[in-house]
Design a protein around this ligand. Sequence first.
Ligand SMILES: [Fe+2]
Length: 216
Amino acid sequence: MDILDIHSHLLPKVDDSHQSRLFYGRMMRSYAESGITGIVFTPHLDNPYVHTHRSMIQKTFEWATEKAEKEGLQTFLGSEYYVREQEKIDLIPLFGKYALCETFTDFMPKTYLDVLRRVRDRGYEIIIAHIERYRWLRPDDEVMRVLKEELGALIQVNAKGSMTREGKKYLSLGLVDFLASDNHGDRELAGLLVQQLGKYPEVAMKMCDFFAQEIE
Ligand SMILES: [Fe+2]
């Protein structure tokens, strides 16, 4: 049975990850020991607050994969795409087709839904990253209806976010498809993710079904 962390920033010196190459092996061990079987690396793309060394992504991913495999972990490359007012959609999809999308936490950009529609029209399926962080969004409002019903978006909550009032609200309504770490370099987070999945077995089940479909 596969349990993957689908949202992480653990490629050293690629984006705002705190993860050093020196302690990367220990990070991978913390994942393996927690029972997680794989990691999707999702460096930020188009994030106005983070500089990502895009040309370093592939090479660093190859380096990171070699080390992760020593701990028995599968690795995958994706990205966390910042939705704002961009014309061009340029992202690295998870499992070849999923666009993990974030945006501003304080306000919804006017173009938010238009850009997401273009992401979908490019053939990507949308995963909304850490939905609990968006202060402008409520589980019962119209934007949420558009995300779920019109765009068919899947919803991700952070492991730490699942312990907050906002995260619990989305979870209690059955709106959540994934818990993930959004790990920038904290060795406690793999264990916390597994612990929180234990508290939300319906989400763990959804994730298992998803991974069974997506991973050979
Ligand atoms: Fe993230």
